[in-house]
Design a protein around this ligand. Structure first.
Ligand SMILES: [Zn+2]
Length: 184
């Protein structure tokens, strides 16, 4: 898998881990390109037969996400597609890559099981159903790198909260002239 990443949002490691999470079985020898998009939202394209002009004949997918998209973002239900609700920009990448890579799987496994109601080999409904499954999986599991980032962030937040509390305790512990019984 060759990644060409022109995105302003996603670093290479994030992109690679999400690709690893969502790539369907039997899909091999593919490349991925990530781009920015001017209009809000995202779009993708799967070159199931490759493109000699773009990519030396290899299969590849292109995903463009707009950096100023507002979340949660909903892909409306329209003909052939399912409604998909996306909570943040990481889920957006999961959704888009899963959808487009599922088209490569549809090419590879023309008679494989499709979601109920899917029509034809390259069903959008089937690709969306797969993407919804992958977003759910991502919500549950994350990826090793992103989980570690989140853990470190929690440690930093916990420590600064602890420090703040300590400072408050210091302030509230005013010097008191006490003459408790029994004290010297
Ligand atoms: Zn599609």
């Amino acid at each position: 898998m060759k990644l060409r990443n022109f995105s302003k949002i996603y670093d290479d490691q994030t992109a690679r881990e999400i690709i690893r999470l969502v790539v369907p079985s039997y899909v091999t020898n593919y490349d991925v390109m990530l781009k920015n998009r001017g209009r809000k939202g995202a779009r993708g394209k799967a070159y199931v037969d490759g493109s000699s002009y773009h990519n030396g004949g290899h299969q590849f997918v292109v995903v463009s996400v707009a950096p100023d998209t507002i979340y949660p973002y909903t892909f409306p239900k329209r003909k052939g597609y399912l409604e998909c609700r996306i909570r943040n920009e990481l889920e957006m990448l999961v959704h888009m890559l899963a959808h487009e890579l599922r088209h490569l799987w549809q090419k590879k496994v023309p008679r494989g099981h499709r979601v109920w109601g899917a029509r034809g080999q390259y069903s959008e409904r089937d690709a969306d159903a797969y993407a919804i499954r992958m977003v759910r999986k991502f919500r549950n599991e994350g990826t090793p790198y992103l989980n570690e980032l989140a853990r470190l962030r929690r440690v930093i937040i916990d420590e600064s909260a602890k420090k703040e509390k300590e400072n408050q305790n210091d302030i509230s512990r005013k010097p008191v002239h006490s003459s408790r019984p029994g004290s010297a």
